[in-house]
Design a protein around this ligand. Sequence first.
Ligand code: ADP
Ligand code: AIR
Ligand code: ASP
Length: 266
Amino acid sequence: MELLCPWLLIWAEPLLLRASMSAPQKLYEGKAKILYPTDDPNILLTYFKDDATAFNAQKRGSIAHKGEMNCAISSHLFQLLETHGIPTHWVDRPAPNQMRVKAVKILPLEVVVRNIAAGSLCQQTGLELGTVLNPPLVEFYYKNDALGDPLLTLDRLLLLKLATPDQVEQLRAMAMQINQILGDFFVKCGITLVDFKLEFGFDRHQTLLLADEISPDTCRLWNQADSDPKQRVMDKDRFRHDLGGVEAAYQQVLERVLALAAQIER
Ligand code: ADP
Ligand code: AIR
Ligand code: ASP
């Protein structure tokens, strides 16, 4: 800075300042979100992107306003879960596509709960699309992009020390509880919660928190008013399978979630 001549400094300083202020160092950039540090080491800022990927990022695209919609939907669902006693990483939503969260050490597991057979379950088992699963199926996948997030057996999960047996039971119990709360909520929105993926992590007190997001990117949601297998889809399957109307479907989920959340708050 000292080397710059004074007139150049007058011109350059605001630019330099703006550049350093508006572009904080990213901690991590994933397929759908960017994590930034905050002044508080225990809090992260999550920026939700409009980028969309599917099939382990083999398919890439963008969904207009997805960042804002997923951030809003996730925020409402995390708050709903908190009111039912589920500890989550949610702190607040300082901007439409930004969520502040408690920093956690993410367990390298994707916990998937299925109420109705769809997606990879049908592909891998031959179960017919739409088969009701009672009790719901809880599955663990290895959160590892390089390996394609493979389905784990309990023995493999323990072999890889991805969690302890007690933690597996705690995750299973929390996943089932979350399924009950979200399922009841979505029914009131006229939506069937077909399946969804959860991520968990430990905070600095070693408390297990529900983390990441809960949105049409991570859930299968079917419109109860529509029985047509393509028309009823209100989630990322519209993007995965080129069904069209992706943004409108997400918007519809957001509107219904907002309407019910407002009713509950009243
Ligand atoms: P991916 O990493 O699969 O591409 P994203 O683009 O959604 O997924 O990136 C968000 C990343 O942030 C994910 O890897 C997720 O596990 C991680 N994450 C979510 N919540 C938290 C949190 N509270 N603390 C630390 N990491 C988190
Ligand atoms: N999921 C799994 N990995 C990433 C995501 N988003 C979600 C899907 C679906 C559920 O987990 O969005 O709701 C089961 O996915 P699949 O592909 O195993 O059938
Ligand atoms: N989220 C994963 C991906 O982006 C899997 C999926 O949603 O299909 O590839």
